[in-house]
Design a protein around this ligand. Sequence first.
Ligand SMILES: [Cu+2]
Length: 301
Amino acid sequence: MTLHLRRTGVAAIGLTVAAGLLMAGCSKTSAADTTGTSSVTSSDLSASAHSHPSTPNHSAESRSKESPTSETSTPSDAKDADIAAACKALMSFDAVQSPGGGPGGPPPAEDVKKWGSARLPALEEAITKGGDALGAYLKPLLPVIKAAASDGTTPPESDELLVSAAGYESWAHKNCGYQNVDVTAVDYAYQGIPATLKAGATSLGLTNKTEKGEFHLALLARAKDATITTVDQLLAVPMPEFGSKLDMLGAAPAAPGGAGGILVDLKPGRYFVLCPIPVGGDETSGDMHMMHGMAATFEVS
Ligand SMILES: [Cu+2]
């Protein structure tokens, strides 16, 4: 299976999907390349979405069952682990925003190198401190991040990597004691996003309960223009400028029936959660879930 959808939109908006593994700009699509020179266009935003079968390994069910089982079944491991240090490392890992690609192209190797180099120490720290349960999720990421750091290799599309990312996010959600936000994605809305959240370390988990078999994403962003405080105001921004008006903080991708997450240190202010996945997987329409209700906002105080 391919992961086109996971990089969808998000990628094109110049940010990374969730774990940041699925890097931006690699969409070969840009089919409707009516794109101008602006860094983000509607065709970029809707690039490369395909309906995607569910990834059974990290279904919503397994998210709630698998991790606790593996974690609680290794008490000796837990004793040796330094959970707080591992959590801090994961937070740092997620905080590195990946380079955006140019329209229709992958990010420059130099940018990928910087991204990989910034992430590698955090990943190694999390593997060292987190114990076996967390390590099992993180180790598949290691060669990918190393390759990015050493020669600027863009991470491949891979279900295994997505499952790894979902796995460590889920581990953090259960073990780090951060402010947890549990969001459910339906077609097309987010459920469970509170109007206000406290500042500080936060784990946002996304569970995809699509009935249309569509991928969903929780793209966390802040508007650069502080006068934009509502979803309507934000969505009124013309698509060619849309991406450039946002600071992207991360994205949680979730396959149908699956889950994803983001770790983020929230600062006071207004935040938006958006799903730029194209409706029905139609890459060329420019019609995205966020235009049909899959957009939310919250205030951090
Ligand atoms: Cu969606």
